[in-house]
Design a protein around this ligand. Structure first.
Ligand SMILES: [Zn+2]
Length: 76
């Protein structure tokens, strides 16, 4: 039982680190193609190159298959 508990704790820590790294990652801008999109606020992302603003997931720019970004750009 104690073995199981330890393994569970490690996987949680790994997941936390992955989310943290994602928040600090730069994403490619759909408008100018530069990897300059950074997290501006909760679910708000801004491109440092062309100043475009996107609404995405809270911790990563694209939620599933980039659907949120396409909606903002009006490509629906
Ligand atoms: Zn851009």
């Amino acid at each position: 039982m104690s073995n199981f508990g330890i393994r569970y704790g490690v996987s949680l820590r790994k997941r936390y680190l992955a989310v943290k790294a994602d928040k600090q990652r730069r994403y490619k801008c759909d408008l100018c193609g530069k990897e300059a999109v950074k997290r501006e606020g909760n679910a708000i992302w801004r491109c440092r190159h062309c100043n475009a603003t996107f609404a995405g997931g809270a911790y990563t720019l694209k939620t599933s298959a980039g659907e949120t970004v396409s909606r903002i750009l009006g490509k629906e």
